[in-house]
Ligand binder design. Sequence first.
Ligand SMILES: Cc1ncc(COP(=O)(O)O)c(C=O)c1O
Length: 381
Amino acid sequence: MIYLDNAATSFPKAPGVAEAVGECLEHGAGGPGRSFGAFGAGPARLIFETRERLATLLGWADPTDIVLTSGATYSLNLALYGLLCPGDHVVTTALEHNAVARPLTHLRDRGIEFTRVPCPEGLSPEQEAFRAALRPNTRLIAMVHASNVSGALLPLAEVASLAREAGVPLLVDASQTLGALPVNAARDRPHLLAFTGHKGLLGPAGTGGLFMDPQIDLQPLCRGGTGSRSFSDEQPRDRPDYFESGTPNVPGLAGLGAAVRFVAKRGVEVIRGHERALIERLLTELAGLPGVTVYGPRRAEERAGLIALNVGELDPAEVGLRLERDYGIITRCGFHCAPWAHESLGTLERGAVRLSVSPFTTESETEQAVRALAEIAARAG
Ligand SMILES: Cc1ncc(COP(=O)(O)O)c(C=O)c1O
């Protein structure tokens, strides 16, 4: 099998992840602070280490500014529902995943408006387009760091600086970038940054988090037991407990800790270099295939590690099926939970086929994918 669906979920996971999850299950893991001895202290230590490693990866000194969640979807919902009030306006982009698009569409019924900065052909907008969309009542800029459809990288540092200048918080969806591209919260200073554990971080599904600037005031999305201040029926205000009610996913977070350790050891710059070289080669070779349409930026440095394409007039589902059945190549076809992005690309009618790489993808695997696509395109033509 050649796995080119890492933008959906990475496979394989980092070395050490399965062992960390297994060890946690075999040796018991109650909720942190909820019992004594190894059952209480072990999970608390594991979770603390994971939080600390994530903070270090983000270049941020205080691990308590990282809220651990079930994934980017929860993190984005926490940020949007925790911050926005009726009468607020949000600037967002036409490349957002449904994890942002659906909450914003739902929040419209509560009197919260949004403006989508256009992204024709799936390309990144300039900083000035964000500035032009600001209104006096803009309460948030919500921007994906890299589109999971066109692959376009958006200008995080520039938009963060605009947000600070305008006094409007910036929420970044780094689902496709953390672990795969350098993201430094101390340097770029986004106010909120949502990430997932199961893509570029190479960890288990059902893990992720939200980086939160300490100056940002958010309402929690859910309240309950935190294992702290248990004598009180009021939600403790201490961070991150304020946002982390209920027994955490200790095995998943232990796995995420092992994954982040691997990513940090290999080095995000090295991972980025590897993936960029694969994408550059793919872009060059796919451009030479008659009948294949590649969407998004032309240059690898303007992209994350993924490419969406179509073959002639073929249904993308048919292409995905042939790749898997005839060549053992796993891709993702359809709409990638991102109808706005497909609308920007002009592919809302039929979707696209997406190829996405990881630190473990080899050049021989991407070569085989190109050859397979060439044969499918030749037969279709
Ligand atoms: C850009 C983007 N945002 C959000 C998500 C949702 O992430 P999660 O699976 O962690 O909820 C994804 C993953 O599909 C994504 O690609």
